[in-house]
Write a protein that binds this ligand. Sequence first.
Ligand SMILES: Cc1cc2nc3c(=O)[nH]c(=O)nc-3n(C[C@H](O)[C@H](O)[C@H](O)COP(=O)(O)OP(=O)(O)OC[C@H]3O[C@@H](n4cnc5c(N)ncnc54)[C@H](O)[C@@H]3O)c2cc1C
Ligand code: FES
Length: 259
Amino acid sequence: MKKYVLDFRITENVKLHDNYALLKLTPADGQPLPEMLPGQFVEVRVDRSPSTFLRRPISINFVDYTQNELWLLIRIAGEGTRTLCGMQAGEILNLVLPLGSTFTLPENPTEKLLLVGGGVGIAPMLYWGKYLKEKGYTPHFLLGFRSDKDLLQYDQFCQLGEVSISTEDGSRGEKGFVTQHSILEQHFDRLYVCGPKPMMVAVARYAREHGLFCEVSLENTMACGVGACLCCVEDTVEGHVCVCKEGPIFNIEKLKWQI
Ligand SMILES: Cc1cc2nc3c(=O)[nH]c(=O)nc-3n(C[C@H](O)[C@H](O)[C@H](O)COP(=O)(O)OP(=O)(O)OC[C@H]3O[C@@H](n4cnc5c(N)ncnc54)[C@H](O)[C@@H]3O)c2cc1C
Ligand code: FES
C-alpha cells in the first residue's frame, strides 16, 4: 500500500481518563483520508517535545470516511505520549501512514470471532470490529482492564457487537484476567488479540490448547517504522523479521514464543 506523510488537524482531544486521550484528526488540506486497514498503525512526529527525537507508533483506533476522521487512542507512557495527550483542537500533527499489516479476514462470515483487547491494546480492535461488522461478520469483544475506572470506549464497542469485560479488581464485569473470563467456555473459531505481552501469550496458549486460529498485534519498540533500522525485530519460524513491516499482526504459529 502507498505510504503518505501528511499533516492532520486535531478536531477534538477527548480526555477519556487521567492517562488517556482520544485524538480525532482530519487531513489539514481537506483531502480525503487515504485507505487504511484495521491493525495498521501511524508514526507520529512529536513536534513540541524536543527530547522526543523519533516518531512514535500509534495504532489506527477508528476511521470514519464519512466524517473524513481518523482516531488515535493514546496512553501516557513517557514524554512523547504526554505531549500528544496535551495537544489541543486546531493544532497540527504530522503522520506517516498507513504502516504495517492487517488482520486476516475469515472466508466464512458465520465463523465465531473473539476480539480480545487489554488496556490501550483495545485501540486496533475498535476499527477491526467496525470493519468486520460492515462486511457482515459478527464480532464479539472481550476487553480487559485493571478496574472500572480504566474502561475505555465501551459505548463504541457496544455499537459493533456483544462486549464482555474483565477487570483485575472485579469492579466491572468478571474479576480476573481475560483468560479467566467465562465467555471462553463458548466456542470461537478465531481469536484476535492486542494488549500487554503476558496477556497475549496467555491468550495464545489458550488458542493453541484448543487448536484455534489466533492472531496477535505486537508492540515491539520501533523507530523508523518502515523496516530500515532493525530495532523492532522478532524471532519467527521464518527467521528474524521487522515487526513494523512484516507485522504488527502475526499468526501465533509464526512466533517463537514460549507458549
Ligand atoms: C505497532 C504499535 C502500535 C502502538 N499503538 C499504540 C496506541 O494505539 N496507543 C498508545 O498509547 N500506544 C501505542 N503504542 C505504544 C507507544 O508507541 C509507546 O507507548 C510510545 O512510543 C512511548 O513513547 P513516549 O515518548 O511516550 O515514552 P518513552 O519515554 O519513550 O518510553 C516509555 C515506555 O514506552 C516504550 N516505548 C518507547 N518508545 C517506543 C516505541 N517507539 N515503540 C514502542 N514502545 C516504545 C518504552 O520501552 C518505555 O517502556 C504502540 C506501539 C507499537 C509498536
Ligand atoms: S522500526 Fe525500524 S525496522 Fe522496524
